[in-house]
Write a protein that binds this ligand. Sequence first.
Ligand code: DAH
Length: 360
Amino acid sequence: MEEIEQLRRRWLARIAEADGADALEAVRVAALGKKGEISLRMRELGRMTPEERQSAGPALNALKDEIDAALKARKAALDDAALEARLAEEWLDVTLPARPRPRGTVHPVSQVMEELTAIFADMGFAVAEGPQIETDWHNFDALNIPPEHPARQEHDTFFMHRAEGDNRPPHVLRTHTSPVQIRAMQAQGAPLRVIAPGRVYRMDMDQTHTPMFHQVEGLAVDREISMAQLKWTLEEFCRAFFEVETVELRFRASHFPFTEPSAEVDIRCSWADGQLRIGEGEDWMEILGSGMVHPRVLEAGGIDPAAWQGFAFGMGIDRIAMLKYGIPDLRAFFESDLRWLRHYGFAALDRPDLAGGLSR
Ligand code: DAH
């Protein structure tokens, strides 16, 4: 019996030491294989006396079972360890690392252009464009502002140089987006509905003026276009843009050479506690000029004023951006101060749309 106990210890130790599938298989063959030590011992039972066999038989059988079980347990443990090792080695990170927030921001002017483009697109207006270096004719004459017209002086125009001896009127940096009306009519004919946001230039610089600023022009031409439709369009725009349910607009008779009749439009607001609120209060703030397109302007655009009519409006983008987002100083818009841009800028990937909200 002593001998069986030694056998047991030796084989269990060898099993425990086997450090891989091959080593373990070698141990199994050496113990339980045809010529394995335990198998040989079992065979020896046949040569024993019945008494010897009676005590050695069950002990050997039990040892064989125990070794068999130990082999199986060791095999399972080695398999688990091999799988663990493989998993660790072949591990693939399928998660995305957190990306740093983009540091760039969308300038409030760009944001507002996107916003108003979304609003007017919803009302069927396409975006039209024109050059910033414009002909004198598109910027003035075609808009019913002939050379001697006093409105020319009011525009503080930047003129481009002409070559010596070239007596044609010089090109100008466009003083408003209205010339895009002419270009859109010439390019598309009637009916049409466009807005034209963009840069304009005037020789002017103080707290509320910069030599370059932004306007958006609107133009709708059709068989029967009325002042009432102009009013509705502007009210809808203001409601959507300022994100308030009630807006009240006031149309004041005015004069622009390119519209007849003309109106300047004020929006109801309050300045209580130095904070501007749109749609309530007793104050009025001018936000745009508008009117029914002058027949001569339709003609200059190649459209028959006897058959078509239209409304137009022009609005300062920087100004409505300041109003909506509470930005006090216009000049800061164009100083490219990073701190200002980070403070007033908009997240780069949030595109304004009517369904998702304009200014999240
Ligand atoms: N062009 C004008 C300006 O710069 C604004 C304007 C007024 C545009 C009336 C229009 C309009 O289309 O109908 O002051």
